[in-house]
Design a binder for this molecule. Sequence first.
Ligand code: NAD
Length: 473
Amino acid sequence: MARKKKRTKIARRNKKPAPIRKKAKVLKKKPSAKRVLKKKSRPASAPPRVSQVVRQPVQPSTPITSYDVVLHNFDIAAAKLQLDEELKRLIKTPDRELRVELPIIMDNGKLNTFIGYRVQHNNARGPNKGGIRYHPEVSLDEVRALASLMTWKTAVVDLPFGGAKGGIAVDPRQFSMGELERLTRVFTQKIDCIIGPSEDIPAPDVNTNAQVMSWMMDQYSRRHGHTPAVVTGKPVELGGSVGREEATGRGVCIVLRETAKTNKIDLKKTSVAIQGFGNVGAHTARILEEELGAKVVAVSDFKGGVYNPRGIHYRDAVQNILETGSVVGLKGAAKISNNELLELKCDVLIPAALGGQLHGRNADRVKAKLIVEAANGPTTFEADEIFAAKKIPVVPDILANAGGVTVSYFEWAQNLQQFRWDYPRVVAELEKVMTRSYAEVIKAAERYNVTMRIGAYILALDRVAKATKLRGI
Ligand code: NAD
C-alpha cells in the first residue's frame, strides 16, 4: 500500500508535461453559468419529464469500427470516380502492418509488457507519415483506420507523403517520466527497421508530445547518426518548426473561417463547443477566441466538460488545468458530461478528442448548425447520414485537421535542408495550403454532388490512384 502511494506520488511529480505549458494570466471572472443551466426545483414525487426519460446515457463507442467507417467512405468515393477494381483493391488496404512487444522495467522493479503497432498504408505519393498514439484503446483496427486516413489527408492537402500511424495500448497517465521514456525508446528500437526520413516519419498524436518525439529522435539517431528528419513535432531546440504545436488548431480555424465565409456565417456572433482540450482543442479554442472573435461556450477533457453560454476564456481554462489537471471545476461554468457537450445548443461543434464520438445513437440530438472535425474519425457513417438529412454540414477530418501534418511537412523539409523558417512564413504557407485545399474540396463536392467528406475522399483517391499508376505496380 505504502509502495503504491509512493509510486502514485512519483507519477504525479513526474507526470507528462501538459501540452499547453505557458503559465497563463487569469482573466476577469465572468458571471456564473450555473444560473443558466439550473433547473427549477420540482417536488420529488413529480413524474419524470419526457426529456429525463428519453435522455438515457449514451454509449461511448459503437459496434462499427473506425476502420469500417474509413472503408465505407473509400468505397463511395471509389464508385463515384469509377476507379478500376484492381487499382481500388490495391490502394484500399495497408501496405505493411507491424505489431511489436514492448518489455520495460517499471519503477517498482517489475517487468511489464505492452503491445505497439505501426501501420503503413500507402506511400505512392511519398514517404509514409503519421502520428503515434498512446491510449488504452489503441488496437490494430484503430491504427489501420488512422493510417488510411493519413494517406487520404496528405493527398487532400497535396503533400508529398503517404499515410501511416502507430500506437501503444497503454494509459500513459499512470506512468512516471522515466517509464514513459523507456517505453518510447523500446518502441522506437522495435520499429526502427521501417522508419526513417525517406521511409516513414512519425509525429505526435493523442497523449504524445514534443518530449516523446525528442526521445524517438534520439533513439533513432543513436543507430543512424543525427537524424532530426525522422520525426516531426519535435521541440524547436531539436529542429522542430516554430508554429508546429498550434498548427492543427490553426488549420481547423482556417477551414472554419473559410466555411463561415461560404455559408455567410458571422464568426463574431458564433458560439462554439469543443470536445477535447489537448493540443488540438486548446489551440483551436485560443485562435477562435483571440483571432476570430468567436465565443467558445463549452470545452471538455477526459474528466468531463464545462459550459458557460457567456463564453469560456481560453486562459481561464488553461489556468484551471494547471491548477487541477482538468477543465472541470472552472469557476463560473456549469459541469456537463462529454455526451452533453456534443448535444449542446450552439452554432459550431468541434470534436477534438477521440474517434467514434458522433454515431447513430446520438447524431439525431446534435443541435449545432455546423460540425468541424478536429479529431480523427469522430463521426461514423450512420451519423453522417443523419447530419446530411438534417442539413448539418460536416467539414471532414482529412481536411479540417490537416494543418498539423502540413506544418510537419514544413518541419521535415527544414530538417532536410538544414534551414529554419520564421513564424510568419510558417503561418503564411499554412494559410496557402489550407485555403487552397478547402476550395479544391468544395469544387470536388460540387462536381460530384456529394458531401464535403466524400468530395475530400474523391480528391484524395484520384491523386493516390494517379500516382500509383504513374509509378507502375
Ligand atoms: P491530446 O492528447 O493532446 O488531447 C486529447 C484531449 O482529449 C485531452 O484533452 C483529453 O483529456 C481529451 N480526451 C481523452 N479522452 C476523452 C474522452 N473520452 N472524451 C472527451 N475528451 C477526451 O491529443 P491531440 O493531439 O489534441 O489530438 C486530439 C485529436 O486530434 C485526436 O483525434 C488526434 O488524432 C487528432 N489530431 C491530432 C493532431 C496533432 O497534431 N496533434 C493532428 C491531426 C489530428
